[in-house]
Design a protein around this ligand. Structure first.
Ligand SMILES: *[C@@H]1O[C@H](CO)[C@@H](O)[C@H](O)[C@H]1NC(C)=O
Ligand SMILES: *[C@@H]1O[C@H](CO)[C@@H](O)[C@H](O)[C@H]1NC(C)=O
Ligand SMILES: *[C@H]1O[C@@H](CO)[C@H](O)[C@@H](O)[C@@H]1NC(C)=O
Length: 580
């Protein structure tokens, strides 16, 4: 029944985060850096700060919600330093997902059931248009427990104050669970008299999404079977589970939607790899089974939303525009000391509309249309031939702050290089074949954040690889290696991010690329959002007005830029409204 939809005339939203403390206080990359976690920024350095990606004025952010005509972004925030620690739920609101206003933190440690931490969670709208937040708290024994919070006054359009009723926690870890591996409740969904939520966890090395049911949202019973699990994947953080309409329908579906017209997606953030993976499959609400589609790889071999810096994402259904929006967090690629020095760390990726590809094999993602309101000065280029080794400059826009859409045509794939069996995956292939390794068909693409004489650049490019007779793969790479002249030492993180693009290039003979460039963020969408890569880079020369944008081709096959449109991007009027 559509009761839930009727009762949800609002935007849900959600968000997530990440961190883990164990007894010695540290796990994986959620390192607690004691010496830095309370170091207030003396000043906030502007160099490399993004201008149209959401970013609080200083300090650490990770993870993002939405409600009643107002989009709410809740994010994990350290009010005292630029590394992870002292986490509260900071709160910003917006009417357009572009201009944000900061409010007081919504949730912070104040009760026994969250005295040691208020970690990630999600929002759900209950019948009667009542928003409720589910979040993970750390109790006096540092057990991870699932709590809820409700607005003090739900007629306040901004939902400024949240209260945590005394019947918390709602859910505590069961005896067989590890109490420090039980977190990040999902947005709840409703079917046949029961709410369901999933919570991330781990049993042995098996990653788990525990499933809970409740009739009244207060008493929750753990189901015998998890919603989903997979061997050898470690801790599952920030699970997200939602329906997508079939047949390429871009409309978003309410989280409780079930039926023959939808497929479900299940996403998890793997703490061990610090990447996100999703599967698509069939959800049967009658027995709460989720069956992954045949031939779809699970977890660490599986599909990713983004092949770069992108983690702790959540989706939410925006009923006003009838779409599902995916929002992820991008960490910095520099060091904790550099973050403390610059006074800030972490940005939100551009919110992305997400839908199922017509062939049902993957999701497609595209920057929400509101981003286009920031487009300013524009340049068009058509039918520009790109010959090997002759970069072509795209002038007259602000190259450090831009939106670029380009379509390349490929006359023939005959000269494509052969596949090398020593490549383990797309990333090793791109590390072996960087933009400076000449090829057959490609590498071709954009040189973003480039210095005038190309001492520095971050290339985003394609390379066509021949797998066997008549069979080709398209590699998409975003390589940070040449992004900065800062001396390279092994500790630095300058990855050659990469993914495959699932297109029939021999038949299509063209491929598109959109890249949003924002000082230290290069966020790219290959082939209409089939493959996405967000990368963080810190040039020394190619900053502000000294940044340039080029097109390039280092393959023998000439490539034509069929069309390119690039815009200078304006900063939102109200920006950096994070923190209050
Ligand atoms: C529980 O998980 C923590 C954090 O991953 C780990 O350090 C600890 O050894 C685990 N405890 C048990 C009893 O397995
Ligand atoms: C193209 O290849 C040449 C020769 O290896 C190299 O000098 C140049 O830097 C390459 N261009 C890019 C963008 O990597
Ligand atoms: C972002 O930072 C880099 C460099 O420190 C790490 O290697 C990544 O694991 C980290 N990513 C996440 C999601 O935390």
């Amino acid at each position: 029944m559509d009761i839930v939809r009727k009762l949800l005339p609002v935007f849900l939203f959600a968000w997530c985060c990440v961190f883990v403390i164990n007894k010695n206080g540290v796990e994986a990359s959620h390192r607690i850096i004691e010496r830095l976690q309370n170091v207030k920024a003396l000043e906030v350095k502007d160099a490399h700060r993004t201008k149209f990606h959401f970013q609080p004025p200083q300090h650490w952010i990770n993870g993002p919600m939405y409600f009643n005509g107002v989009y709410h972004l809740f994010y994990q925030y350290n009010p005292k330093g630029s590394v992870w620690g002292n986490i509260v739920w900071a709160h910003s609101v917006s009417k357009d997902l572009i201009n944000w206003e900061a409010l007081e933190p919504a949730i912070y440690p104040s009760k026994p059931f969250d005295m040691n931490g208020c970690w990630s969670g999600s929002a759900t709208i209950l019948p009667g248009n009542k928003p409720v937040i589910l979040y993970t708290g750390l109790d006096p024994e540092k057990r991870q427990v699932q709590n809820y919070a409700i607005p003090k006054d739900d007629t306040d359009p901004y939902l400024r104050e949240w209260i945590k009723p005394d019947n918390n926690p709602l859910v505590v870890p069961s005896p067989e669970m590890n109490v420090s591996q039980f977190r990040d409740p999902t947005t709840a969904w409703w079917y046949n008299g029961h709410w369901r939520m999933a919570v991330g966890g781990k049993r042995g090395q098996r990653g788990m999404a525990y499933l809970y049911r409740s009739m009244d949202f207060k008493f929750w019973v753990k189901s015998k079977h998890p919603l989903h699990s997979a061997e050898n994947t470690g801790m599952w953080e920030c699970p997200d589970f939602f329906p997508l309409y079939k047949n390429g329908n871009k409309q978003g579906a309410d989280t409780s939607r079930v039926g023959p017209d939808v497929k479900h997606a299940f996403k998890v953030s793997l703490d061990e790899t610090r990447y996100e993976y999703y599967t698509l499959g069939m959800y049967k609400p009658e027995d709460d089974s989720y069956k992954v589609d045949p031939r779809m790889l699970d977890s660490r071999d599986g599909l990713r939303y983004d092949y770069g810096n992108f983690y702790a994402s959540k989706t939410f259904f925006d009923p006003v525009k009838g779409r599902r929006i995916l929002w992820g967090w991008a960490n910095e690629s520099d060091s904790a000391d550099e973050d403390t020095e610059k006074g800030w760390a972490g940005i939100q990726a551009i919110p992305r509309q997400i839908w199922l590809s017509p062939d049902g094999k993957q999701v497609l993602q595209w920057p929400i249309q509101e981003v286009e309101t920031l487009r300013g000065q524009k340049i068009d280029i058509t039918n520009q031939l790109l010959e090997k080794g002759k970069p072509f400059e795209v002038r007259s826009i602000t190259a450090a702050q831009a939106d670029v859409e380009v379509t390349f045509t490929i006359p023939s794939v005959d000269k494509a290089e052969e596949y090398d069996p020593t490549w383990r995956d797309a990333e090793t292939a791109c590390a072996a074949k960087r933009s400076n390794v000449p090829g057959g068909v490609g590498p071709f693409g954009l040189l973003t954040l480039a210095s005038q004489n190309l001492e520095e650049f971050t290339p985003v490019f394609f390379r066509i690889i021949k797998i066997k007779e008549q069979k080709y793969k398209v590699l998409m790479c975003s390589d940070a290696k040449f992004s900065t002249l800062k001396p390279f030492d092994e500790k630095q993180y300058r990855p050659s991010f990469a993914g495959l693009v699932d297109v029939d290039i021999a038949a299509d003979k063209k491929i598109s690329l959109r890249t949003l460039i924002d000082h230290s963020a290069v966020e790219s969408f290959g082939a209409g959002g089939r493959t996405c890569i967000l990368s963080r880079v810190y040039p020394t020369l190619a900053v502000n007005d000294a940044a340039h944008l080029f097109l390039f081709n280092n393959g023998t096959e000439p490539i034509t830029v069929q069309t390119l449109t690039a815009w200078s991007m304006n900063a939102p009027k109200a920006m950096n409204q994070g923190e209050k």
